[in-house]
Write a protein that binds this ligand. Structure first.
Ligand code: BTN
Length: 257
């Protein structure tokens, strides 16, 4: 059972997670928070679930996570200025926050995989799914969904990237309350930095992405492309250098050749 008091004692934020909703079971924390209900209005609201019955992954995949062992949560962002100006880097803010928290708390070396997976020793420990709702041409609410494998040690299904968890890597159980508080504290700090210094976020992110410069394959919905992972541009897109041209990739699954 998640101990709310323990978590609250470690939470140092001003805004993020100050409205904290603890749910036993929901279909998906992202789907819930996207819903414009009166409970989910405040910028920084965090919805945490012990179990998701329809957890969503990127590119229409399912996010599997055993109940009560991991961290599955979503953060609501409604600050309109932020959404108009920094929408392109919010996934980098979130993945950097997860990676930095894991490194600071557990001294595990993390690696970031474009667009926003967190790896330890080449295995996926966490993923992020960002979804939003627009009113006219403006984004009115954005939800950052985070799934971090904490104490789960067996993964039955077949995955494109081999999964792992903090417990598997450390060979001992991990306290979810302390871990979640650290993630939200770090997320708020990096979110604040991203308002003034968006370039710093991209630089920090790139420093943790060891695939830059490598020969990669990118699979998007209907195409597979090969080339050198040249860079991440200012909009957060992957710059791929093929034999004859430079291409900008907006979405896809990257693997090193
Ligand atoms: C991915 O790597 O494919 C993204 C996984 C995102 C999973 C989280 S768990 C909490 C939130 N609610 C969801 O339905 N998905 C995200």
């Amino acid at each position: 059972m998640f101990d709310l008091e323990k978590f609250d004692l470690k939470l140092n934020t001003d805004v993020i997670g100050r409205n904290f909703i603890y749910a036993g079971e929901v279909p998906s924390t992202n789907t819930e928070l996207l819903n414009e209900s009166k409970f989910y209005k405040k910028h920084g609201t965090v919805l945490f679930a012990e179990k998701q019955t329809a957890g969503k992954g990127r590119r229409n995949k399912v996010w599997y996570s055993d109940a009560q062992l991991n961290l599955t949560l979503s953060i609501l962002i409604t600050e309109s200025k932020y959404l108009q100006k920094r929408m392109n880097i919010v996934n980098f803010v979130a993945s950097l926050a997860l990676a930095t928290s894991i490194e600071n708390l557990y001294q595990l070396r993390t690696e970031l995989k474009w667009p926003n997976d967190i790896l330890i020793d080449g295995k996926k420990v966490a993923g992020i799914l960002i979804e939003s709702i627009s009113k006219g041409s403006k984004i009115s609410r954005l939800v950052i969904g985070m799934g971090l494998n904490v104490n789960q040690i067996s993964f039955q299904r077949k995955f494109t990237t081999e999964p792992t968890s903090l417990k598997k890597e450390l060979e001992h159980p991990v306290e979810r309350e302390k871990t979640l508080a650290e993630i939200l504290n770090t997320f708020e700090e990096i979110l604040n930095t991203s308002k003034k210094f968006p370039d710093k976020i991209l630089e920090d992110w790139k420093a943790k992405c060891r695939m830059i410069g490598e020969r990669i394959t990118v699979v998007s919905d209907d195409e597979t492309k090969h080339g050198i992972f040249n860079d991440i541009d200012k909009n957060g897109f992957l710059v791929l250098r093929t034999d004859d041209k430079i291409e900008t990739i907006h979405i896809g699954e990257v693997s090193v050749l």
